[in-house]
Each structure stands twice: as structure tokens, then as C-alpha cells.
Design a protein around this ligand. Structure first.
Ligand code: SPV
Ligand code: MN
Length: 627
């Protein structure tokens, strides 16, 4: 089979392209490429061997095929996805399950045999008239025990250009690991195009075959659906991690800078559009990654690597004042891809929340745009899509962390869980210990929905570890995997929750965007036992005096006691209602829930009920301090 695959490729590919595959000499890779060349029937195959010439050829192809256009700043380009292809398509993203395998509710699944038959039909001849790009990639730093190899086949130069900025190149790593190297496999086709945009989005499919470690994505270009190495690879990695005893998390990794030049590493899981990227690149701190982490216990220490080396981040709300470092990178020469933004006649990218008035006119993913433009239903059309994004390499940011590419990863001292929560969690709180944190914070994470996925916004959704969309094992097993990680550690990281989205009775925000800088500094101190806390029924919260000092030091701002009281008030009815919801989900919708989840939640409920009996529904932090 493998020699026939290689023979097929030798005859089918241009000699120069074939020789790049032959040099790798990986029989599994040859069969994979041969199979999909035969099925998809591209006019040409381009194998990227990661030389500067090959990489440049892909950039040029994206421009030539009009998947991207140039902007005025050197190195900047833009791309539009179709009007109905602007976010992750949860509904049509299916895990292919062999007979007898069950995952529980919360998963979109499909019988494996019918899924494979359907996708083979969709892929049949789909690349006619197009080029297939073959790209080899490292998920994780080169030469690292954390790292998984991957091969992506796609007919979109835009997708592979994105991947070039987001992932470490893998051609050399394939050579280093030898002809038997294992790897994840991704097949993508944008399908038929109209104005360089996927035309048949109603036949969009993203099928994940964990059994064979292959992901198929067709009739879509939006990065979250098409960049196989991003969220699609997570499903494969989570299964592998669950079997092998490590974790693949939807987490940023950052160095928080403490007293005396100390750098303490944190990971943080927040659902999309909840401040994950903006936290990870805060001024004064250093960024290792903003989206996906592989985490292992190494010699009793929890260590993490960034699976990526770039950012595919949300651009809405990025402004000079709140995001000075990112702002600088987005306004300087360098390689940046803007997607679904507004493009002006002068070749500038604009977006909602940029902090500057919109231009008189421009073009966006929906066509010509001008202020006051209305859609067919009479609704005003915003200049850019709320899920418009930018792609860039992390080293374009001046605060990139020096350990970004360290093959040993960074030691993790704290894990943060954050959701979009208008009325329950306090702005920052530490768990009593690893198990309490994983259960009452990570596994209990909920968030109000955002524009990052198709569907209605503002609905409270269960999203354990902000990883629900990307799981491929039953939720209960995944929670158990997280609990188990703590067991093997000499000193498990501290676990925290944050909530940037608390509102007052009138719907106004209770915190400023910049307050998160203070919460990080407080958490950093906590990991070194350098701040006292107040013990509440749900965890450990900061004392006013420490926050007052930190607000001064970090933001040069006065922090009023009455603001503290409003923000850190224990909200007992809401907290109890949350436990009720979460217990119900783990009891009725989740498979393989570990018993300890119920025990820990039940104890928390009892503590809350006792506090309620003593102090009423809403309890000021200082009442709890005395109690
Ligand atoms: C997210 O939505 O969580 C992202 C972008 O990081 S996507 O690639 O769409 O998943
Ligand atoms: Mn993400």
C-alpha cells in the first residue's frame, strides 16, 4: 500500500513537489496525501517544505487567488469569510462515533460509518481547478516531549497562510522524528468559491474522527472551522491526553510579574470573547500564549506549553488605550491578516470599538458599507463583524515571554477560570485547594453566549473549563482527568476564578476593564503566600487593604471601600441557584461524573445555607471577615 501510494504520488505530483515528500519518507504521510489527492482531484499539489521560498509562494497564492487583499501597511492583508460563515459552526461540527460509544448530551455526534461515507461524497472532486497545499506542522514547540506532529491538506492558501503564522513549522521535525513518526491529519476544502468566498455553506461540515485521528472540514473558510490545527486538533488531543494522562486545555499561558522581577506563570481558561486574549497580553506582564495549552506533570511539577506561536484574536474592542501593545503591532509593518473587518479606500482596517470614528465608507464581508447602512430587516449593519479577527505571530508583540519556545514548557503556579457572569461570581476568588477549584470553578464554569459561535447571544451556558465545545470524551471523564492531574503534583497550582462582567442593579458594569491587572497581581502574591484573604463559603477573597494598595501601585487609582463591598459581596441566592443548575447537569446530562463532584458541591451548598441563616442573602465581605 505505502509503496503504491508513493508510486501514485510520483506519477501524479510535479517532480519538485514529490521530492519534498520523498525526502520525508513517511509511509503514513504518503498514503494520507495519496488518498486525498485521488479523492479531491486537485489540479496541482504544492508541498510546503518550510523554506522561505515555499512560505512566500503561499502568501503570494492567497493574494493571487484573491482570498486575501493587501492593505496599506507593509505585510498587512485582509480576508473576508462569507456572510454566513463568520463563526464556529457548532451544529455542523460532529464527532464521528463508532457503534457503542456514547459521550452524553452536550455533544454533536454522528455515526462514524455514515459520517465517513458522507464526507467522502462531499470531498469527491472538490479540489478540481484548485491547488492542494500540503503542510507539516508542530503542535507545540520544536523538539519537545509535549509536541504532536500534524499534516494539513487544504485548497485554501488563506488557511495555510494563517497556519504559518499560528504554528511552528514541522517539515524539519518530521525529518528529525523519522519515517515512522505519528501525526494528526486534517483535510480542508473551502469548496466551490464565489468572489473567493465559500459558496456552499449550507453544506458546511466539520467531522472529527478520533478513531483515526483525522478531521475533515468542507465548504467553510472561517478560521475556527477551517484551521484544522486550532480547535479541530483539540478534539484529537483531548482524547489522546485522556488516554495518556495529560491535559489539553483552552487556556492562555502568561508570566505575571511580581515584586523583585519575579515572573510567575498562570494559565487561564475563559470562553471566547470573555477577555482571555486581552488578559494574556496585559501591559506589565509577558505572554506565552492566548488560546491552547498542553499541560503535563513533569517530575511532580505542572508544566505547560503553548500549542501555537501566534494569535487568531478577536479585534472588536481593541483600542489604543486598553491594548497598547497589540495596538502597536496592528499598526506597524509586519505580517498581520485581518479577517471580516472594514477596509477603507485608503487600505486601512477598521473595526467596532476601535476608539476612532468609522470612515465614510468602506468594504466589509457583506459588501459596500457606509454609516447608517441597514440590512433587509431594517437593522443597522455594523462596520465590522463582532467576531472579526486578526492573526499575527507572538514575537510581533513587545511583551512576548522569553520562554515561548522552551521545549520544557513553563511551570504553572496558578490556574484561572473566567466566564461572562453578570450576577454571581465575585471579580476574583481563590479556591480552597485543587479539588475544590477544579469542581466549583473549572467544572462549574458558565458563561453568557457571545458572537464567537453562531446563535443567540447572552444566554447562560454551561462550559466546563471553557472547553466544552472542544471535548471528545465524556464530560465526567474529562473532569476526572483534571482532578487526577492534581494528584501527581508535589504542590498543585492555586486555582482562581475571575469575573470581569459583574453588573449592578441598573445593568452597569461594576468593574473597569483595567481592573483585571490588579486581580492578576493579587493572584501572583497569593501563589507566594504574600497576601492574606477572607474566607467565604465559596473560597478565599482579597482583603480591601491589599486591593487598595495594588490599585494604587498598578493603576495609580483610588479604590473605594464601597466599590469593594459591592464587587465582593457574597450573593447567596445566585450562588445557590448556580449550584442547583450545575448539580442538575452533572446528575442528568453528564456521563461518568465522579462522585466527588457532588460531595464538594453539596458541602459548598451547606456553607452557603449556614451563612444565609446568619447574615441574610447578600453579605458584605467584612461581615464574613469577622465571622
Ligand atoms: C475561540 O472562539 O475560542 C477562538 C477562535 O479562539 S476559534 O478559532 O474560532 O475557536
Ligand atoms: Mn479559543
Amino acid at each position: 500500500m505505502s509503496s503504491s501510494a508513493s508510486e501514485f504520488l510520483r506519477l501524479r505530483l510535479a517532480a519538485e513537489q514529490y521530492s519534498k515528500l520523498a525526502r520525508v519518507g513517511n509511509a503514513g504521510l504518503n498514503s494520507f496525501v495519496a488518498r486525498y489527492v485521488e479523492l479531491c482531484q486537485p489540479d496541482r499539489v504544492f508541498v510546503c517544505s518550510d523554506t522561505p521560498e515555499d512560505v512566500e509562494a503561499i502568501r503570494q497564492a492567497a493574494l493571487r487567488d484573491k482570498e486575501e487583499g493587501s492593505l496599506a501597511t507593509p505585510g498587512h492583508t485582509f480576508h473576508f469569510d462569507g456572510i454566513h460563515d463568520q463563526a464556529r459552526d457548532r451544529k455542523n461540527t460532529r464527532l464521528l462515533l463508532p457503534q457503542g460509544v456514547e459521550l452524553g448530551s452536550h455533544f454533536e455526534t454522528l455515526d462514524r460509518d455514515s459520517g465517513l461515507a458522507d464526507i467522502a461524497k462531499q470531498l469527491d472532486g472538490i479540489m478540481r481547478g484548485h491547488t492542494m497545499y500540503v503542510r507539516l506542522v508542530c503542535l507545540g514547540p520544536s523538539n519537545s516531549p509535549f509536541t504532536i506532529l500534524a499534516a494539513q491538506l487544504t485548497d485554501s492558501a488563506y488557511v495555510t497562510h494563517n497556519e504559518d503564522l499560528l504554528y511552528r513549522r514541522g517539515y524539519q521535525e518530521f525529518l528529525r522524528r523519522g519515517p515512522d513518526a505519528e501525526f494528526f491529519r486534517f483535510v480542508h476544502s473551502a469548496g466551490e468559491l464565489e468572489n473567493a468566498v465559500s459558496k456552499n455553506v449550507e453544506r458546511r461540515r466539520v467531522f472529527i474522527d478520533v478513531t483515526d485521528n483525522v478531521v475533515y472540514s468542507v465548504n467553510t473558510q472561517y478560521g475556527g472551522n477551517s484551521i484544522g490545527l486550532k480547535k479541530l486538533a483539540m478534539r484529537l488531543a483531548i482524547s489522546k491526553a485522556s488516554e495518556e494522562g495529560w491535559l489539553c486545555e483552552h487556556m492562555f499561558i502568561m508570566g505575571v510579574h511580581g515584586p523583585g522581577q519575579r515572573r510567575t506563570y498562570f494559565t487561564g481558561a475563559y470562553p471566547s470573547l470573555c477577555g482571555k486574549t486581552s488578559t494574556s497580553m496585559l501591559v506589565g506582564e509577558t505572554i506565552v500564549g492566548d488560546d491552547i495549552a498542553y499541560i503535563r506533570s513533569v517530575g511532580g511539577e505542572m508544566r505547560a506549553v503553548n500549542v501555537e506561536k501566534g494569535i487568531f484574536g478577536i479585534i472588536q474592542g481593541v483600542n489604543e488605550q486598553d491594548d497598547p501593545i497589540l495596538w502597536g503591532a496592528l499598526h506597524s509593518p509586519g505580517e498581520v491578516i485581518f479577517s471580516n473587518v472594514l477596509v477603507t479606500e485608503a487600505g486601512r482596517a477598521c473595526w467596532i470599538g476601535r476608539g476612532t470614528p468609522p470612515p465614510d465608507r468602506g468594504v466589509n464581508h457583506a459588501g459596500e458599507w457606509f454609516p447608517g447602512k441597514r440590512d433587509a430587516s431594517g437593522k443597522e449593519v455594523p462596520p465590522s463583524h463582532p467576531n472579526a479577527r486578526f492573526t499575527l505571530e507572538l514575537p510581533l508583540l513587545e511583551n512576548v515571554d522569553p520562554l515561548l519556545d522552551d521545549p520544557a514548557g513553563v511551570p504553572v503556579a496558578g490556574v484561572i477560570y473566567g466566564g461572562r457572569d453578570s450576577d454571581t461570581w465575585v471579580p476574583v476568588e481563590e479556591a480552597f485547594d485543587w479539588v475544590h477549584g477544579i469542581i466549583t470553578k473549572g467544572a462549574s464554569l458558565e458563561s453568557e453566549t457571545t458572537a464567537a459561535t453562531l446563535g443567540k447571544e447572552g444566554v447562560r451556558e454551561f462550559n466546563p473549563m471553557s472547553n466544552l465545545d472542544f471535548l471528545s470524551v465524556p464530560v465526567g471523564r474529562y473532569v476526572q482527568d483534571n482532578l487526577r492531574m492534581g494528584e501527581g503534583l508535589a504542590q498543585p497550582p492555586r486555582v482562581f476564578s475571575v469575573n470581569y462582567f459583574l453588573r449592578d442593579e441598573d445593568g452597569g458594569w461594576l468593574n473597569a476593564k483595567s481592573d483585571k491587572r490588579v486581580w492578576l497581581k493579587w493572584m501572583e502574591l497569593r501563589t507566594h503566600n504574600e497576601a492574606e484573604t477572607i474566607r467565604t463559603p465559596s473560597g478565599l477573597i482579597p482583603r480591601y487593604e491589599d486591593l487598595e494598595r495594588l490599585f494604587h501601585q498598578v493603576l495609580g487609582k483610588e479604590y473605594r471601600r464601597d466599590d469593594y463591598v459591592k464587587q465582593f459581596m457574597l450573593r447567596i441566592p445566585e450562588s445557590l441557584a448556580k449550584i442547583e443548575r450545575i448539580m442538575d447537569i452533572y446528575c442528568n446530562q453528564v456521563l461518568e461524573t465522579p462522585k466527588i463532584v457532588f460531595e464538594v458541591l453539596e458541602l459548598q451548598r451547606e456553607r452557603l445555607l449556614i451563612a444565609q441563616a446568619h447574615h441574610g442573602d447578600y453579605v458584605a465581605p467584612e461581615t464574613l471577615a469577622a465571622y
